[in-house]
Design a binder for this molecule. Structure first.
Ligand code: 5GP
Ligand code: ZN
Length: 132
């Protein structure tokens, strides 16, 4: 993907504040951080989203997220940690190269990752269970 900014960052064509790099991934600080230390895991090979991501890369990305969470929690002394990943505009994805957000959380940091809980009705539950 010659015009994909995350391809360029992941492969080092555009410099970034890199926390970790190996043959398949780069982990770098997000330019618009939700909290101190907010970082992104980028695979070096282009996939637009989780639907396009090869199984092997998906597995390795989660293992890397686990390692980064432990290392960043230790280094930054954060109190909690969110790992999240958006697919599609409706879900808040703005850069269409698969990435995972690593978001260190600090007590009372005011970062808003939340939703208003709804109610699971019997009708909707039945509908979904049938479809799946
Ligand atoms: P999304 O909304 O697609 O899940 O997340 C995109 C993320 O990429 C945002 O958190 C945004 O701040 C970050 N971002 C966008 N462009 C750049 C960039 O050029 N460099 C870095 N380091 N982060 C970026
Ligand atoms: Zn890309």
């Amino acid at each position: 993907m010659s015009d994909c900014i995350f391809c360029k960052i992941a492969n080092g064509e555009i410099p970034s504040a890199t926390l970790y790099e190996d043959e398949e991934f780069r982990v770098l600080l997000d330019l618009g951080p939700a909290s101190k230390g907010h970082a992104l895991i980028l695979p070096k090979t282009h996939a637009a989203n989780i639907y396009e991501l090869p199984d092997e890369t998906a597995g390795k990305a989660m293992i890397l997220a686990k390692k980064m969470a432990a290392k960043m929690t230790d280094a930054l002394k954060c109190d909690g940690f969110n790992i999240l990943q958006n697919n599609g505009e409706a879900a808040g994805q703005t850069v269409f190269h698969f990435h995972m957000h690593l978001i260190p959380r600090y007590a009372n940091d005011g970062v808003g990752i939340s939703w208003e809980p709804g109610t699971l009705t019997e009708e909707v539950k039945k509908e979904i269970l049938e479809k799946m």
